[in-house]
Design a protein around this ligand. Sequence first.
Ligand SMILES: [Zn+2]
Length: 289
Amino acid sequence: MCLACYGAPEAAESLHPPASHRWMPRRAFLLAAGAAAAAPALAQVQVDEASRLRNLVPAGELEAAAGQQYSQMIAQARQQGALASEGHPQLKRLRDIAQDLVPHAARWNDRARGWRWEINLIGSKQINAFCMPGGKIAFFTGILNQLELTDDEAAMVMGHEMAHALREHARARIAKTQGTSIGLSVLSQVLGLGQLGSIAADVGTQLLSLRFSREDEIDADLVGLELAARGAYLPQSAISLWEKMGRAAGGSGGPGFLSTHPRGPERIARLQDNVPRVQGLYEQAVGRR
Ligand SMILES: [Zn+2]
């Protein structure tokens, strides 16, 4: 999720609540997305197969834990008056975009057929968004408002975050960084207790140190680009999105950004190379609208 994806500096803003009640997503960027599968044979963007290492961490359990963590975060945001209500126009906009993208998700991960997707909007000035394993999405108002995202650009953000989940980057990262035996024992131990409430906390601890690699970020960019194109969102807007992101980061991007991300120009170049590959999908999708 989030910081890992965008690395933008924290700022303060909210839906309405006073600054003292600002929602601080402590674990927000831990639980980034997850899920995924090999690149489908018909993929248009140039991506590698998803890491096989991910298979060493049980997907169902990770998704269940992420779902618990997500519910807690949403409940906390609601308590603090930072959760957008059902009628919020920006929330409606995000859910409309999700409706266009989700039907194409299973192309990248069969598990997604069984996911219960959720989309929420949280009042925070952070330039951030995430999708946890199992399809639990949240946007912060900061990314929509400060970057003044168009629908096409917001769809690119959503596609990117969904791609982390679909490609199971979190799952693979746990396997790689925590060691498979640790990852498995913690998960199975916790699950063996049958106490759902504690699962999220324990997995959250594991995911605390989780950062996506540059390769994961590029992968999410490209898979997200294709998802958005199939949903009839303008491919070129991936470029304008990252240009905006670069300007918001003030050129340096802050400490988190440089350590975990490809620099803007590299990222943009990879996207630019792939835009023509999905242009046809976009035009077909627009034609079907
Ligand atoms: Zn990312």
